[in-house]
Design a protein around this ligand. Structure first.
Ligand SMILES: [Ca+2]
Ligand SMILES: [Ca+2]
Ligand SMILES: [Ca+2]
Ligand SMILES: [Ca+2]
Length: 117
């Protein structure tokens, strides 16, 4: 008899639940189980070690860090939408473009000193 340790894989992404201690079985339990336990979110099929990290504040690829490997740019509030960021804003480092109301260039932010114009 060959016993293999199987781990619950509830989302069926082929990666077992990281928190599962596993069951040593001599028969393949089939769907819903995996021989690894590397899935950091076994309730979401798009989150597993093979996933591509996307900008969402979540650790998609289960390497322990959210949004790692993505390009972060510092954006500054631009409430009057004149494309010059607020000089007094300390800025936000973001991996996605927040759109209008923000401007990304620190040099431009330094030039603009009055957001009411
Ligand atoms: Ca899984
Ligand atoms: Ca998963
Ligand atoms: Ca990650
Ligand atoms: Ca992410």
């Amino acid at each position: 008899m060959i016993f293999i340790t199987y781990y619950a894989d509830l989302d069926n992404d082929s990666y077992g639940d990281l928190s599962d201690i596993g069951n040593s079985l001599c028969n393949d339990p089939g769907v819903g189980f995996s021989i690894n336990n590397t899935d950091c979110n076994d309730g979401n099929i798009t989150i597993n070690p093979a996933a591509t990290e996307s900008c969402n504040g979540i650790d998609d690829n289960c390497n322990g860090t959210a949004d790692d490997g993505l390009i972060f740019i510092t954006y500054y509030a631009d409430l009057d939408n004149d494309s010059f960021g607020d000089l007094s804003d300390i800025g936000n480092s973001l991996c996605n473009d927040p759109g209008l109301d923000f401007q990304l260039t620190i040099l431009i932010a330094m030039i603009k000193c009055n957001q009411s114009y």
